[in-house]
Design a protein around this ligand. Structure first.
Ligand SMILES: NC(=O)c1ccc[n+]([C@@H]2O[C@H](COP(=O)([O-])OP(=O)(O)OC[C@H]3O[C@@H](n4cnc5c(N)ncnc54)[C@H](OP(=O)(O)O)[C@@H]3O)[C@@H](O)[C@H]2O)c1
Length: 235
């Protein structure tokens, strides 16, 4: 049974990933800050435990900005092979623009959107390296694309995702000798708490598209930036 570890799996795109992988019989390590309050995930875990399928969902407490907790969870899962590591947890942060920049609010966004996926890659590289699939998936945003930015705005979020893109590109080169593939997704404009109710794509549609890409990528695709529908996005 292949296994996946997902951060921010309690709601939005992360929860949709958990549903999708579990339904296909994967072993899902679903991480969230507050497992006691993660009712949807807990219900999914119960359904999978009682269903006649191979899938299983294990909940883990994880704030991705907590380096010691990442190290602790890595020790707990030391014997696991993790085929796909999905760095999904993310925040929008303050939307303040030029002339009113919230400098204090900027660094916490970097902690979550940029530093945390790097910490996760360092923390779980051994589990990924010993898996069959050896894939790290970083959920970024088209707002982190330099080439697609014609309008500005959301400088805090954009810069954190642009930096995540660079982290991902570097990881793709540095982890290639270990056979690990690293790809980046824009999940679409998705109807979650972050995307809002008017968004064009449902979490299920976004994840269905990304799962199709995940199925077909090879090490030759490492370091590429994909839209959820499989089209490539310029850096
Ligand atoms: N929705 C869109 O249109 C859109 C577009 C482009 C990119 N994205 C990206 O897609 C990813 C998922 O977004 P979403 O739309 O599903 O957002 P969401 O509905 O706001 O969910 C965000 C998830 O991240 C978790 N999270 C935030 N900070 C965390 C931390 N420090 N430790 C652990 N978990 C943390 C949240 O947990 P809590 O419940 O504990 O807060 C929640 O599970 C993000 O990286 C986002 O930037 C989304």
């Amino acid at each position: 049974m292949p296994s996946v570890l997902i951060t921010g799996a309690n709601r939005g795109i992360g929860l949709a990933f958990a549903h999708s992988f579990a339904a296909d019989g994967w072993r899902v390590h679903a991480c969230c800050r507050d497992p006691d309050g993660a009712e949807d995930l807990a219900a999914l875990s119960v359904v999978m435990a009682s269903a006649d399928t191979a899938g299983a969902v294990m909940l883990h407490r994880l704030d991705v900005t907590d380096g010691s907790r990442i190290a602790g969870l890595s020790r707990e899962l030391a014997d696991e092979a993790i085929d796909v590591l999905v760095n999904n947890a993310g925040v929008m942060g303050p939307g303040t623009g030029f002339g009113e920049m919230d400098y204090d609010g900027w660094l916490p966004v970097f902690e979550t959107n940029t530093l945390a996926p790097m910490r996760m890659a360092e923390g779980f590289v051994e589990q990924v390296a010993k898996s069959g699939r050896k894939l790290i998936v970083n959920i970024s945003s088209i707002m982190g694309s330099l080439g697609e930015n014609a309008d500005g705005g959301a400088i805090i979020y954009r810069s954190s995702k642009a930096a995540l893109n660079m982290v991902s590109k570097s990881l793709s080169a540095e982890l290639a000798p270990r056979g690990i593939t690293v790809i980046v997704f824009h999940p679409g404009w998705v109807s979650t708490d972050m995307g809002g109710p008017d968004a064009a794509v449902t979490p299920g549609e976004s994840v269905e598209g990304m799962r199709a890409v995940i199925e077909r990528v090879t090490p030759n695709d490492s370091g590429r930036f994909f839209n959820f529908d499989g089209h490539e996005i310029q850096w």
